[in-house]
Design a protein around this ligand. Structure first.
Ligand code: URA
Length: 213
């Protein structure tokens, strides 16, 4: 598995505002959106392209366009939805599929409660959006799900990651035979006993959309 922690002053600045407990929900949503667009730029470095011939007003030349099949963006509900616009802004021709996954707060196990994705992902590059790579259970399950449908290149875009989650995801995806990349704004210190990233930014879903009991 490849891990890229994006080292850029704008990324660090936006992440600092997101971490701040005093940042309100509207500001959090806007900053998360901007941060994802910066991460998306790095996440799409290996996007597949085809060579095309075009004519400028001055001469014929060659350029590139994104290959078919189109990339698939997969936000993991609920918090991944807050990353969708920021990603789709950079790749507007991508298709979007949805995976609803929830983490049991006691066992920290991920279960899937909703799927809305093409059945056949053969040859697809997939960009999974999940703000917090904490234990890695949710992302590992999502990657496995996409590989079973034929995806052959998967990049997870996360606002933050914990070392434990990175290790777990690496362990769980090594045997799949598909390249997996994680692009994140930072790898934090650790997980606490409740499975929260420390120092982290709290519950990403709650900070984006408010607390749901
Ligand atoms: N999910 C979150 O929203 N925050 C964490 O710190 C860990 C998991």
């Amino acid at each position: 598995m490849r891990l890229l922690a994006v080292d850029h002053p704008l990324v660090a600045h936006k992440l600092t505002v997101l971490r701040n407990v005093r940042t309100d929900s509207p500001t959090f949503r806007r900053l998360a959106d901007e941060l994802v667009t910066l991460l998306a730029y790095e996440a799409t470095r290996e996007a597949r392209v085809d060579t095309v011939e075009i004519e400028t007003p001055v001469a014929r030349t060659t350029g590139v366009k994104l290959s078919s099949p189109k990339p698939l963006i997969v936000p993991i509900l609920r918090a991944g939805l807050g990353m969708l616009d920021g990603m789709a802004r950079l790749v507007p021709t991508a298709e979007v599929g949805f995976l609803g996954m929830i983490r049991d707060e006691d066992t920290l196990q991920a279960t899937t409660y909703a799927t809305r994705l093409p059945d056949d992902l053969t040859g697809r590059q997939c960009y999974v959006l999940d703000p917090m790579l904490a234990t890695g259970g949710t992302l590992a399950a999502a990657v496995r799900f996409l590989v079973e449908r034929g995806a052959d290149d998967i990049t997870a875009v996360c606002l933050l990651a914990a070392p434990e989650g990175v290790q777990h995801l690496d362990d769980e995806t090594r045997e799949l035979g598909v390249p997996v990349t994680v692009v994140t704004a930072a790898v934090d210190e650790r997980l606490n006993e409740k499975g929260y990233i420390v120092p982290g930014l709290g519950d990403a879903g709650d900070r984006l959309y408010g607390v749901v009991d």
